[in-house]
Write a protein of this length. Structure first.
Length: 258
């Protein structure tokens, strides 16, 4: 009896993914029989992140491409020299070596590290999908794969002036970082994200995938969805994350506040 209840619960939890698999197979057959899909020329977000908005100042992030080093540096640390300060290897703007190896070549990636006078830091990452669906995926998969532990999650409604509220997903993470004395330090962080194609927004990857399938099947097009995420070591979600996203939103979308 217990096993039966557990099986039913598992089935219910995974039902959306079973439906998605069926839709993917159906869409593949329809596309194979019906013709090509055109990639949309419209971008879902702006192709640059402002260097300043409100109290926040942004800095470009450069990544070492040496697999034995892979350190990152804010632009201000480099003083115009595009060389890793640790190993002397070449640095690349926004792209870590892991992202460069894993993401499809037509993926676009934007990153900036924002800080204010109180010392708070917010890392903003925007992934703009290309022609392959592997450009964007559920962050829960890659975060756990990178060693993070998701200890809590919630949905947050963020009021945005001049429009309806923006729904985002907030993950509270823990990461165990070993130190030189062999002790382990536990670091906490907050990871907030949502998806947008410029017209539709959702934090739910299943809903995003459903929108993509509808566009492919009914309209023969593929929208360039963007995946926006903010990472911070702060802990005050409503006091820190909400006002930051309220200021960031028009920077990403190009919408001006009235």
């Amino acid at each position: 009896m217990f096993r039966h209840k557990r099986s039913v619960k598992t089935l219910r939890q995974n039902l959306p993914y079973f439906i998605l698999i069926i839709l993917l197979v159906s869409a593949s057959l329809i596309l194979w029989l019906g013709g090509d899909v055109k990639m949309s020329d419209d971008l879902s977000v702006r192709l640059d992140l402002s260097s300043q908005f409100g109290e926040w100042n942004g800095a470009d992030i450069f990544f070492c491409q040496n697999e034995k080093c892979m350190k990152s540096f804010a632009a201000g640390e480099l003083k115009g020299v595009n060389i890793c300060k640790s190993c002397g290897s070449h640095l690349v703007l926004s792209w870590s070596l892991g992202e460069k190896n894993l993401l499809p070549p037509d993926t676009m990636l934007l990153k900036k590290e924002y800080s204010n006078k109180s010392g708070m830091v917010m890392l903003v990452t925007v992934v703009i999908a290309g022609s392959e669906i592997t450009s964007i995926h559920r962050p829960q998969m890659c975060l756990v794969g990178q060693g993070y532990r998701i200890v809590a999650q919630e949905t947050l409604e963020i009021p945005i002036k001049g429009r309806e509220s923006l729904s985002v997903k907030v993950l509270k993470l823990l990461f165990q970082q070993p130190s030189q004395d062999r002790s382990v330090k536990e670091l906490s962080s907050i990871y907030t994200y949502w998806y947008t194609d410029g017209e539709r927004e959702t934090y739910n990857n299943f809903i995003r995938s459903f929108y993509m399938l509808v566009d492919r099947i009914l309209f023969g097009k593929m929208s360039r969805w963007a995946y926006v995420s903010i990472t911070t070591s702060g802990s005050d979600v409503k006091g820190e994350i909400v006002p930051f996203i309220q200021g960031l939103y028009p920077v990403i979308t190009g919408v001006r506040k009235n």
